[in-house]
Design a protein around this ligand. Sequence first.
Ligand code: PAF
Length: 285
Amino acid sequence: MITLTTIAALRKEVAVWRQEHQRIALVPTMGNLHAGHLRLIAAAREQATRVIATIFVNPLQFAAHEDLATYPRTPAEDQAALSAAGCDLLFMPAESEIYPHGRKGLTFVEVPGLSETLCGASRPGHFRGVATVVNLLFNLVQPDVALFGRKDFQQLRVIEQMVADLHLPLQIVAIDTVREVDGLAMSSRNGYLNAPERLLAPQLYQTLTALRQRIVAGERDWLRLEASGIAALSLAGFRPDYLVIRRQSDLQPPQQASEPLIILVAAWLGRTRLIDNLLLSPPEE
Ligand code: PAF
């Protein structure tokens, strides 16, 4: 695996691959890789002849009070894991390479609507930061396909909308959430949990599966289901941000029971904000 830190070197390498008619897959990450990221690399290997991963802790998607400074950075371990997983190229730029003129006054990409609800409402500007850097990475690499996890379902939808609206010439592939054996969705932020919080954390997923069982059994009072999920989480010791049942397509409240739906949750456990979701029917591709 080659590791590159400059845009010039990245463009040079990718140009050679393009001349060779290689199909290029991109897996953008912020590093501190876990099995969920490696599943994306494995899926990328099946999609393309060349796999590029990026590690960039994008400051644009963190608010001033958030965890940019403490976000876990483990470049040596990440490099070893990516190489073992069959990644061909790691692009790991410094902030000055990506935003050479600083972050102020920077051109940005905004996906309205989808970016303003749920995590976007709690973290204003977050999805603007995500869309901007993902679009920038797409411009640098010009991949044929890019892979994202369904764990960040709203992020996935925002990126799909951006790709559609801007007619970007690539395919987005979504990959299922990878979970610990106790059900907790893998996330770099799980490392923030202390021992008692880590024991409690799987209740987030258990709450989602309990709600799904009630829906499968025929309950259709979405507001009542949402309220009981929030109550269960509060009782367990979480501070729920939201727990909602939405349409998979646009994350708006359901109109008809036949629409593909998803339960989405965000909740604080101590100083850690966890998110998770559960599809109530097969994903809409
Ligand atoms: O999901 C992430 O790790 C980040 O939001 C992404 C897509 C790499 C953009 O910084």
